[in-house]
Design a protein around this ligand. Structure first.
Ligand SMILES: [Fe+2]
Length: 179
């Protein structure tokens, strides 16, 4: 499980680098967004060690835990003060349903890039699970069978979107402690 999260983190770093490379105005923020991507799931590690789960609702808010870990470990000390704040807010809020209103322009931008990159990787997993030949297919897990003839071509070609009840997005109070 830990190895899977490390691979996810490195893919998210790659996604933010690609987004920055295609968006020149973001270049000034490249350090903040790359560091945020690298650290965004720091809270997953104590979560999985303690609970063997990545379910925030059943365990803890991994984003808040991650922000606390990053802050307590002084990992950001080499960065300018403003960049530290931007990175911390990106880590802390990368899983919220609604971005807080009180973030500065740069903090908001870094957070949005991180969230997009994180979702890009989640989308990759969703599409992978839709493959009817995948033994871990979510459709199969849910007891559904796959019969391509029962779907219209339009439906088959429409990207899958998780129902809101199935998303992992944080949208309510839950414990922020995993220790
Ligand atoms: Fe996360």
């Amino acid at each position: 499980m830990v190895d899977r999260k490390i691979r996810h983190t490195m893919r998210v770093v790659g996604h933010v680098q690609a987004i920055v490379a295609e968006t020149p105005p973001l270049e000034e923020l490249s350090e903040a967004v790359e560091v945020a991507a690298l650290l965004h799931d720091a809270g997953r590690f104590p979560q999985v060690v303690k609970h063997n789960s990545y379910d925030d609702h059943a365990t803890c808010n991994h984003a808040e835990v991650g922000a606390r870990i990053v802050m307590d470990a002084d990992l950001l000390d080499p960065l300018p003060l403003e960049t530290r704040g931007i990175v911390l807010s990106a880590v802390k809020y990368h899983n919220v349903a609604v971005i807080p209103d009180n973030l500065g322009t740069e903090a908001r931008l870094v957070l949005e890039v991180l969230r997009d990159a994180d979702k890009l990787d989640a989308l990759r997993n969703s599409l992978r699970y839709l493959d009817p030949d995948n033994p871990n297919s979510k459709a199969l897990k849910a007891g559904l069978t796959w019969d391509a003839d029962k779907f219209t071509p339009e439906l088959r070609n429409t990207p899958w979107t998780a129902p809101s009840s199935h998303t992992k997005t944080y949208n309510g109070p839950m414990t922020s402690h995993c220790s």
